[in-house]
Ligand binder design. Structure first.
Ligand SMILES: NC(=O)c1ccc[n+]([C@@H]2O[C@H](COP(=O)([O-])OP(=O)(O)OC[C@H]3O[C@@H](n4cnc5c(N)ncnc54)[C@H](O)[C@@H]3O)[C@@H](O)[C@H]2O)c1
Length: 414
């Protein structure tokens, strides 16, 4: 008989899996069954959060193999550091192929890997098993984006023709953990970390409902990267201090700004464009996500900081710095936007609902590791374009290309 509830095993117990566990309060037919993290204390704390939220009574395991072997675990969610992807998936695949446990599927956070060779290896590994695979790109599940897309494609496109331009931007003041700032560990800077979201959100908006994402052919990529803020001497010092000496942008910087224009060809021959921009040098109230879709007679727009709730905290209200109002919050006073349901607004709830229901039905999710691979290919073309100062025409072979930023060889134009 088909399973009615999915037991999820979480690998990694950091920022992202906390969001995933919180979102499960709004997802039916699943529970947190197990947790494994390199840091045992974090795994214990994530398990306690799941219990407090009433979304499971997870066992804390000592290894990935033990997690796979847990009979209550049916699927895995990977949210570990980007440099651990291959080792994590190799252990999962070994455990499954040697019959240590039975799984239905594996969901993996963005970016799928640090570069194209690693992304190809990820797909090869998962396809050496019968497992279903989901790529966790939350922005294509954001309710504002999915609802906007649905309205545009239903009401406007049949009368005026398909949309031609998608714009997407993600900006904040910088990541929360030192490894994100390390080009080598993360795979790059803000381009690898966040343009993966913006490009995929744009590609999703431009794709007709029911049309495979692969029907949009990439024709050319033009991109630019820069360090606008974090190589200024005072911020080099601040970053050293914040990272306990682990990150030195005086020696090996990563980009804190990136923009890309990706030209695509639709099945009917129309020329389409995704224009994406991302930044770790944006200081506003908090994380800002924007998306637009434009066509011959219409447009839609989403802005995560145009919230329906804001609070004003006067000068006598002083408190410790926190992220209790919104992710990557930069202030605790004045007129502040508040997102009342962050897992919902950012798309995690709908994303996890989709992954859970797909795995339970034995169906491949709408967003798979092949999408993660396609995104990685475009990101690598973006780095190549930025490094060589030219447009990269597709098809192109980027096989072993590793961005200079990820090799510690980028000079930030100095
Ligand atoms: N979708 C989004 O908007 C979004 C937001 C943040 C992070 N992410 C992605 O999620 C992933 C994790 O990011 P984070 O912010 O949670 O980072 P984090 O540093 O807060 O947490 C990473 C966790 O992974 C654990 N870990 C590292 N290597 C491991 C291994 N080999 N086995 C088991 N556990 C291991 C660490 O101990 C830690 O608990 C990254 O790939 C990141 O790109 C996505």
């Amino acid at each position: 008989m088909a399973k009615r509830s999915l037991g999820i095993g979480f690998i990694g117990a950091g920022f992202m899996n906390r969001f995933h566990v919180a979102s499960l309060a709004g997802v039916r037919d699943c529970e947190v069954a197990g947790v494994f993290s390199q840091t045992h204390a974090n795994a214990q704390s994530l398990a306690a959060t799941a219990r407090d939220l009433g979304v499971g009574e997870p066992a804390v395991h000592g290894s990935i193999t033990d997690l796979v072997a847990d009979p209550n675990v049916d699927a895995l969610w990977i949210a570990t550091t980007n440099d651990s992807r291959i080792a994590v998936v190799e252990e999962i695949v070994d455990a499954v192929r040697s019959g240590k446990g039975e799984l239905i599927g594996v969901a993996c956070e963005k970016p799928l890997a640090r570069n194209l060779a690693e992304a190809r290896r990820m797909v090869e590994l998962i396809e050496s098993t019968p497992l279903l695979h989901g790529y966790l790109e939350n922005q294509v599940f954001e309710p504002a984006i999915t609802r906007g897309k649905e309205i545009i494609w239903r009401r406007a496109v049949p009368l005026a023709g398909r949309p031609y331009l998608a714009r997407a931007a993600e900006e904040h003041s910088g990541p929360h953990m030192p490894w994100f700032w390390s080009g080598e560990r993360q795979g790059g800077g803000v381009l690898n970390d966040m343009l993966c979201h913006s490009y995929e959100a744009g590609r999703y908006l431009l794709t007709a409902p029911g049309e495979a994402r692969t029907t949009l052919q990439v024709e050319q990529v033009n991109a630019q990267i820069a360090s606008l803020k974090w190589t200024r001497p005072e911020y080099v010092e601040l970053l050293k201090e914040m990272s306990g000496g682990k990150v030195d942008y005086g020696r090996t910087p990563s980009e804190d700004f990136a923009r890309a224009a990706v030209s695509l060809r639709a099945p009917g021959g129309e020329h389409l464009l995704v224009e994406a921009t991302t930044s770790w040098s944006f200081v506003g109230p908090a994380l800002r996500l924007r998306a637009e879709l434009l066509g011959p007679e219409y447009a839609m727009q989403v802005d995560s900081l145009s919230t329906d709730l804001s609070v004003f905290l006067g000068r006598k209200i002083r408190g410790a710095a926190g992220e209790d109002l919104v992710e990557k919050q930069n202030a605790e006073q004045g007129l502040m936007p508040v997102i009342a349901d962050e897992p919902g607004v950012y798309g995690y709830t709908a994303e996890n609902r989709h992954m859970v229901q797909s795995f339970l039905a034995g169906r491949m999710p709408d967003e798979t590791w092949h999408d993660g691979l396609a995104v990685t290919e475009v990101l690598m073309a973006c780095y190549k374009s930025a490094e060589e100062g030219r447009t990269i025409a597709f098809p192109t072979e980027l096989g072993d290309f590793v961005p200079a930023v990820a090799q510690g060889k980028w000079t930030a134009g100095r």
